[in-house]
Ligand binder design. Sequence first.
Ligand code: CTP
Ligand code: CA
Length: 225
Amino acid sequence: DRYFDGLGSLTQKKIVITAGPTYEKIDPVRFIGNYSSGKMGFALAEACAAQGAQVTLIAGPVSLSTTHPGIRRIDVESAEEMYQAAVRTFPDSDAAILCAAVADYRPEVQSDEKIKREKTGDITMHLVPNPDIAAALGKMKQAGQRLVGFALETTNEVAHATEKLERKNLDFIVLNSLKDKGAGFRCDTNKVSILEANGKLTEYPVKPKNEVAGDIVEKLASLLK
Ligand code: CTP
Ligand code: CA
């Protein structure tokens, strides 16, 4: 096809990527969200496409655009919508990279009308758990398919990442360091370690997010050979 130059390490591979935050509606004008910019996921989409992959980018609410013609973008808002798009597209894919900062909980009730201040005193909001997209894809995963997750931990980083890798049936997990300067949300650089299912841990220095994406894509390509 016209995007195939025959040289990329992911040529003819189909990759699903989730990116950005999710917004969980409270009422028509309010939501629960998080600070994820989507930059890491979008950098991954560009890096995969640059290696010849056909990318399906499932994006939460972000103010980013994509340029590469090898990227098909599906815009979603909530975790539930992201989950639906991911389980629909994963069976036909070679790999999924779960880079989104999915809200773990959503309000049980979404008000059809704007909640008014004068009618209410204190508010107690009941939250219910959202589906775990990574774990759902981990259950669906067939022989030859690969699954990549992210983890952002504040304590016992490697132990928590190992637990997530196993629980979600991932092939490797990218561990974001919060302790280091130049890492994390709303930042153009990142410092990561990659923990593989075989226990191998590789640490990378602080790099621009597009170069971090390159390291992740290289690891994924080596597992998809
Ligand atoms: N993830 C997902 N769907 C969710 C929650 C998380 O796909 N509902 C994915 C993230 O995209 C990431 C990985 O799972 O790749 C780990 O996310 P994280 O929030 O660290 O894990 P949780 O299982 O939500 O655990 P925690 O209680 O630490 O938030
Ligand atoms: Ca979480």
